[in-house]
Design a protein around this ligand. Structure first.
Ligand code: SF4
Ligand code: SF4
Length: 80
């Protein structure tokens, strides 16, 4: 492991936080990302299974406390 960046944990607490941001995000709603795995918490679980078809219309990740806590950058974890 070369990186020292902390990995976002897949746990219930983080999922609840994610729901506040991804859940309200226009990209999430427009592309119905909830219906395809991993459904949410993309920064921990990886991009959506329908990532190739996702039309990006904004990302709320930069407002999310997990984004700040783990020093994430850019966002759009559902699509990239
Ligand atoms: S940074 Fe984005 S994908 Fe990760 S928990 Fe927050 S809203 Fe969800
Ligand atoms: S990762 Fe960003 S763009 Fe994708 S659903 Fe979550 S907030 Fe929206």
């Amino acid at each position: 492991m070369k990186t020292t960046v902390a990995t976002v944990e897949d746990n219930a607490t983080n999922l609840e936080i994610c729901k506040k941001y991804c859940g309200a995000c226009p990209t999430f709603k427009t592309n119905k990302l909830r219906e395809s795995p991993p459904h949410a918490l993309f920064c921990a679980l990886g991009k959506s299974s329908i990532a190739e078809n996702v039309k990006s219309t904004g990302c709320y990740c930069p407002a999310c406390e997990i984004f700040t806590k783990y020093h994430l950058t850019i966002g759009y974890f559902c699509a990239k």
